[in-house]
Ligand binder design. Structure first.
Ligand SMILES: Nc1ncnc2c1ncn2[C@@H]1O[C@H](COP(=O)(O)OP(=O)(O)OP(=O)(O)O)[C@@H](O)[C@H]1O
Length: 267
């Protein structure tokens, strides 16, 4: 089944996927990972993607980031009117992974500088210094530390600071807090929303956590497997700013229940 998440075709949409189909491998070993996906993401919207393991969430996100071979992706994928690869290379799009992938031999500052060196000479320039960006993610003064001197949550903050340096209009996050303990994860939820509030970014986040999806999102895309497709789209209209108290409300539980039911129906 295919579900339109928006009937809008306005060019203002940051992300526009039309009838996207993604196949891993070739010939007899080919796996149709994603089929018939239509999805738009509006400016400053946070969209979560949830679904059972193997339903194609990461595949879809990697296609959005322009990280898959061209031959494996069919249909239309547009990020601000560009191909995902063009959008990534011009700094309009950044990605944060579950593992912060920081170079251990570089300081925090050196790790954040790395993609800026790659992007040197490109059309867009960062307006914040590295120190200013570290202040934004709550790590002011950590410039000279090495990754091994940081906690898991702090490493993920560095990864976020690095992703935000080019002021992307689309931020893709693949299980960004999946490796963190529950207390740090709760803290990072409110921190992510606070940091996002200082940016102009639309966010697409893949998560295995239903509360995380409900807390962060404006819309939740529920995927079904074999092949990966959109089974349901749930609007989440809690006002912002949102605090962790929201997680204890009946309305929050009601939406989480709806997502859980959709997941069970699409096992
Ligand atoms: N490089 C690859 N080659 C072949 N098949 C792949 C490849 N990567 C993923 N797949 C297959 O594509 C399907 C979707 O995988 P994907 O990693 O996107 O799922 P997922 O929903 O992100 O899973 P999880 O929640 O476990 O991370 C699965 O059947 C997987 O086995």
């Amino acid at each position: 089944m295919t579900a339109e998440t928006s009937t809008s075709t306005a060019p203002a949409d940051r992300v526009d996927l039309r009838d996207v189909c993604i196949v891993h491998g070739r010939g007899s070993s080919a796996v149709v990972a994603v089929e018939g996906v239509d999805l738009t993401v509006r400016p400053r919207e946070i969209v979560s993607i949830v679904g059972h393991s193997g339903c194609g969430k990461s595949t879809l996100l990697r296609a959005l980031a322009g990280l898959l071979p061209h031959a494996s992706v069919q249909g239309n994928l547009s990020i601000l009117g560009r191909s995902p690869e063009q959008a990534r290379k011009s700094g309009l799009l950044s990605m944060v992974f579950q593992d912060p992938v920081l170079a251990p031999w570089r300081t925090v500052e050196g790790n954040i500088r790395l993609p800026l060196q790659v992007a040197r000479g490109r059309e867009r320039k960062p307006s914040k210094t590295i120190s200013e960006q570290l202040e934004v993610v709550g790590l002011g003064g950590y410039e000279k530390r090495y990754p091994k001197q940081l906690s898991g949550g702090q490493r993920q903050r560095v990864s976020l600071a690095r992703a935000l340096m080019m002021e992307p209009q689309v931020l893709l996050m693949d299980e960004p807090f999946g490796a963190l303990d529950e207390i740090t994860r709760d803290e990072m939820h409110t921190e992510l929303l606070r940091i996002w509030g200082t940016t102009d970014a639309s966010v697409v986040v893949v998560t295995h956590s239903i509360p995380e999806a409900v807390f962060l999102s404006d819309r939740i895309v529920v995927m079904a497997a074999h092949p990966g497709r959109i089974a349901d789209v749930v609007e989440v209209d809690f006002p912002r700013p949102r605090g962790n108290d929201l997680k204890d409300t009946p309305e929050f539980a009601r939406i989480a229940h709806r997502i859980r039911t959709a997941l069970e129906e699409n096992r």
